[in-house]
Design a protein around this ligand. Sequence first.
Ligand code: IMP
Length: 195
Amino acid sequence: MEIVLATTNPGKIAEVNSLFKDSGISILSINDAKVPALEVEETGDTFAENAELKARAFAVATGLPVLADDSGLEVTALGNQPGVKSARWVSGSDTDRNTALLEKLSTIKDRSARFKTVICYLENADAEPHFFVGTVSGTINTVASGKTGFGYDPIFIPDGHTQTFAELGMDVKNKLSHRAQAFTQAATFLNKRQN
Ligand code: IMP
């Protein structure tokens, strides 16, 4: 069985393919499925809405089952912002967004936050959606620190650790991340369906 993962990111494809190893399911990137790159506007108010928008657009375009994900950072003291706007909350670079967030929290005691991923699976363009949610809770550090990863990794310390995701490195992050949790759930569901 072939499933399209609505991404062109080779790192994501490799990571997700390893979860489906020996399952008879192959994960195709948008490039593998030879779909012209679709610009899907993420106009939803929630991660689930955006994941379903992307999944639906690619299911229509490919005629194949599709997995699509949407992720972001929720900061409790900011009413769960930046949330769905994580990539574009402040214009500029990831560093600019991290600096802005640290500034906003400089006088705030509650530094709790969580990364969230919602995955939508559609068997076909008219199918009911299945959702899988992964969350990793933690705190926002007072300074940016560390070099690996992307986005808010240099300022996020996952619970149970004393270093940021960017200091902990990819091996640790890939075991506990919101994305890994959500894709593991999706893989369990799809592997069961397959057998
Ligand atoms: P996407 O939906 O996976 O493209 O994530 C949207 C945005 O959320 C990214 O551009 C980052 O700003 C933020 N984000 C999502 N996941 C992570 C993560 O694992 N580390 C750091 N930032 C993340």
